[in-house]
Design a protein. Sequence first.
Length: 804
Amino acid sequence: MSFTHQLRYAGRMLRLNPGFAAVAIVTLGLGIGATTAMFSVLDGVVLKSLRYPDVERIVAINTRFTNEGRSIWRTTGGDLEDLRSMDSFEALSFCQSWEMGVQLGKSAEFVQAAFVDPNFFHVFSIAPLTGRLFTQEDVDRSAVVGLAFAERNFGSASAAVGQTIGIGGKAYEIAGVLPLMFDFPDKGQVWAAMSPILENRSRNSYNYHVVAKLRSGVTTSVADARLQALAKRLALAFPRDNGNKTFRVTPIQDQLSAPVRSTLFILMGAVGLVLLIACANVANLMLARATARSRELAVRSALGASRSDLVTQLLTESAVLASLAAVLGIALSVVATKTLLSLGARFMPGTLLAGISLDWRVLAFALLSALITSFTFGIAPAWQASRVDLQDALKQGGTRGLLGGGSSRLRGGLVMAQIAVSLVLAVGAGLLFRTLLALHDADLGYRTSGILVTYANMPANTPLEHEQAGRFFDQLVDRLRQLPGVTSAALSFGLPTGEYGSNGYLAVEGRQSFTSGDWRTLPHADFSASSPEYFSTIGMRLLRGRDFSEGDAGNRPLVVVISESLARQAFPNEDPLGHRLVCGFDYVSMKGMTVIGVVSDVRQDSPASQPGPALYVPLSQHPERAAEVEVVVRSSGNPDALIPAVQKTIREMNPQVATKFTTMTELVNDSISAQSFRGALASSFAGLALLLAISGMYAVMSYLTTRRTSEFGLRSALGAQPSSIVRLVLGDAAKMAAVGVIAGLLLSLAAGRLLRTMLFGLESTDPLTFIGVIGVVLPVMVLAAGLPAWRSSQVDPMIALRNE
């Protein structure tokens, strides 16, 4: 039989069984769709190269601390100067990037912006859409913007060139406009030229993200070896600062995708298991259909069809089903990918998200998935069906007994495998979900409900302008406190889970020397600046001493408030009040500050971070930080309802102040968005797997009870009660479910190791999670056999025996 004829015959058989075809196509379509959507994200973020010329030569340079076993993508000014001397790089540059206020004539907005040296774009070999890139003469004078920024604010790319924008209190003329495809390092819209001559050349302040382009012919391993040699020389020259660190070259794609790589691979594996369960489900359907077609297959065998002919025909039908399912899966993946993008946009690098699309790679993956699944679910049923017993099939009319015990064992084995795999997914989802609950229940050390946060940036460059900005925000807070619904308001530079703040070393005057350079002996803490009433506004407890007051002005003695953990670390077994500290927060903090209070610890970065040492200074004494603050407003109701009034107040006072609004709750949720992403997807995959396993159990028990119709009729005729037949069927289902659950538990214990670094507040062997999952899966699987069991108990003995 030709392949074309086999295809036509397969199509005709599927048209004759539309119910079977629809169920199989939908089941496989769901599996292929979910897998394809997950692959499109994995491919765009991890596997696909960034769209930069010679991207394989673009690298990030990391600092690795050998004594701690960790790396950071930041470099000190002193180390950067030495890196520039390396001949391994065709171009080397640095950037400092964050979301900052940009002034646009009579308005202002927050955008992701970066200060870069003039060599920056040469690393990426990017050409502007219009205008030009930086030269050395553009330092502190020119900026380059993205196309979206240009069109949003000036109408077109050409109209933007020559316009002036304000960044950090300085005026920059737009020299060029970049294409949409470039937004490095993360959703960048504005790049301002800064001097390549570094102001801070210390070897312990990690301020610079360094990127470089390898020279042609220089591999990453060669460059890495040369950096190791440089690190050894620096360790000998500067043992205190460089004694325990080295440098590593990382391809830029790997650098950007590193935070999400393991998550995406684990989720890809999870959705692959869902597809396997779907294949097992369809394989069971194919086995049942092969039983119903026993006479047809026997007749074809009698007419000369070989075993390979039968297998080929059944596999062709499987391929047709899988192809139709792939079409459905691709359509579903379009919707699913958009959902994944919306969930992942908060924590995945925007530069990588731009690579996610339904391209030929994704389509090829979907078609390959269809090919593999058609073989996976088709081969076992086809092989079983080809072993037809000609005499038995023709004698029995093809309704029962064709495939014998082997078929039943295969069907039961497939169901047990489905249960085992679905339990693995359910345990993983349970662990991630309980992690999410633990994060939401964690004691943050501050309150989140009812707090509106306004990021505000006022243009300031000179000391006088910074002082003016400080007075402006003090006046703003006074006005905001008068608004209806506002119970308190304050300012902060370094709000927990926020974008501002700093950290570094400090010293206790009279005990440690801050200028000795031996940082290994000094305490380390987070640095924040705030106004009076900040602690009470966000719900931090004042444990000792006092809060900042209006009297803590810039011309008064410098003061500081510390956290309880810093008090324990720096002043064990003594009262910290009255002691003086020195730190590197800014030039003012180098003069020495008196401890006036102790406040409760907070989880600074996210609920997953541990409460640690922190140091708070009054904004009024540190005007250098006063131009870029978080305005914190506590509301008696919904904080979002205050946004129009707060925005109006700021615009009336100064329209040049850039603002961005959020809430404390949203900030905390954003800080655990990766955990939310993992939990949501794992729960979705586990739910889908469980539904497929339930349907598989139902289908198998329906098939097995139909095969035993005469047995149940005979039992009824001999006096068996319907309840005993129900118990018999449910007992068989319970045995299959128990085997699947036991296998799933063993697999879950092994798979749980992959999740250890993603958990919070529990272990991968958490007993409550395992007990809860078993308590759901086992009874649900037994209940899935309830309807077939009830039907078996209602068999009419006379009809059953007559059919036999």
